[in-house]
Design a protein around this ligand. Sequence first.
Ligand code: ADP
Ligand code: MG
Length: 274
Amino acid sequence: MSLEIENLNLHYRRRQVLHGISFSLEPGDFCALLGPNGSGKSTLTKAVLGLAPISNGSVKLAGEDLLGLSRRDRAKRIAYVPQSSPVPFDLRVYDAVMLGRSPYVGIRFNEEDHATACAAIDKLGLAALADRYVNELSGGQQQRVMIARALAQGTRVMLLDEPTSALDLRYQVETMRLVRDFTRSGGIALMAVHDLNHAARYCNRAVIIAEGRLVSDGPPQAVFNADILSQVFDLQVDVSTQDGITTVRPVEDEDVLETSSFRHAVRQFHQLSA
Ligand code: ADP
Ligand code: MG
């Protein structure tokens, strides 16, 4: 059941935003989608979901053309956590999560829908908030509701657009673990994320895009190359691996100055004037 994204091109008006993006994901893949602001991560995610019309290309799941399916059928196959935005509905947490079950519902929700939604609510630590109105929650709590709703959809593929951006450290880690568990049990996840260290730690794949083009694709250890990252993010970074954990950190002026002749000159100046 692979998810095959092939030669996706997309224009907004006349501006080309995605240029021939191709990669495919297999069951078990937890893939980080990385790139600077405006590089096309959200657009790519929406294109895969059929929410942004592509100029050409295809998206296939287990050989089936996803973009040719009805919205309802697509929602049985792929769940989506959109980039955080004010939640557009005036619903209680429980009902918002139940919306994830709507692709399956005939006339009304059944016991299984209820049990699935409750399990998702529990997983996201939302049980105590189940009766609260979503639009009265904090940004991070709302984000957890959106993740629970996607989980309740019971799909084998999840696309998540910066789902951890408003979360505190604990829920960032819990979300990364939750998605990793989802992929370890045979799911496929593609997650736009800015925290490179989380990506390196929890993902087994990383795809980097810049200006709508695929720059790099592979395991994080291979993709997280200081030269590539520095160029893509237009910021000098240092990449190191210790005990199998890759860490990316920006290089600060002091790191450079410490050894530079400039620093040496400053020291000499201070000695002279002391
Ligand atoms: P990212 O998620 O990587 O920050 P986006 O996919 O949101 O980037 O945006 C990619 C590019 O497409 C940007 O230049 C952005 O301005 C443009 N863009 C995004 N959405 C629209 C839209 N609805 N109409 C026109 N241009 C858009
Ligand atoms: Mg985005």
